[in-house]
Design a protein around this ligand. Structure first.
Ligand SMILES: N[C@@H](CCC(=O)N[C@@H](CS)C(=O)NCC(=O)O)C(=O)O
Length: 221
């Protein structure tokens, strides 16, 4: 049976959700984040990078969310949650599938790091670390995040889903950047279409089922 190596509060929640949308049978092997938020070492026995998500299926081990989405749609989709080939919607689908991790997540990760760094710095160094972190946030990270959030808002003003009028796996892939932006980048301030997208996905029965299976889920702030 297909196995999802699931780390709590992580991107593997997206994989559970996709599997629930597809109604594909799977089992979960659970891992708990360490106090420093890293994944436990056992996950490295599954994949050398020790990151979540990873799936194992029929002798295949697949890591990297976008690759996992492609694999699951390919093997279990039966044509669902993906627009037909050679259409504008399919091009958009491919774009968002790659954009989510390739372009949207890096500044969101920087936001998390520069927010956490001053809190974790030794007391003596804290004022200096805070100053450097704030400078990086103000000059580099926050302006980029505003650009990304405005981009999502404009796209979701054209169609209610990222790849067009139909819900697709690209929306599942994009859920994590939008959830992270709501948690740490002020998405609720001035991006109503993006917030409405989050409301729509959170109301989906498959999303709810995935939460029940995955356990408590809170994206890092
Ligand atoms: N681009 C990768 C990112 C994987 C990733 O960084 N996963 C995080 C969880 S959301 C993780 O495993 N963090 C724990 C660690 O790095 O030890 C993907 O989408 O699969």
């Amino acid at each position: 049976m297909l196995t999802v190596h699931h780390l709590n509060n992580s991107r593997s929640q997206r994989v559970l959700w996709l599997l629930e949308e597809l109604g594909a049978p799977y089992e979960i092997v659970r891992y708990q984040r360490q106090p420093d938020m890293r994944a436990p070492a056992e996950l490295r026995a599954i994949h050398p990078l020790g990151k979540s998500p990873v799936i194992a299926d029929n002798g295949n081990t697949v890591a990297e969310s976008g690759a996992i989405v492609e694999y699951l749609i390919d093997h279990y989709g039966q044509g669902r949650l993906i627009p037909p080939p050679k259409t504008l919607e399919r091009l958009r689908y491919t774009y968002w599938l790659h954009y989510a991790e390739g372009s949207a997540m890096p500044p969101l990760l920087l936001k998390l790091l520069f927010t956490i760094m001053p809190k974790r710095a030794p007391a003596l160094l804290r004022p200096l670390v805070r100053k450097v972190s704030n400078q990086a946030l103000t000059a580099l990270v926050n302006p980029q995040l505003k650009q990304h959030m405005a981009f999502w808002e404009a796209e979701l003003s054209k169609t209610q889903w990222f790849a067009g009028d139909e819900f697709t796996a690209a929306d599942i892939q994009m859920s994590f950047p939008l959830e992270a932006a709501a948690a740490r980048a002020g998405l609720e301030q001035g991006y109503p279409k993006a917030m409405a997208f989050l409301d729509r996905i959170h109301a989906r029965p498959a999303y709810q089922r995935a939460l029940e299976k995955g356990g408590p889920y809170q994206v890092g702030r």
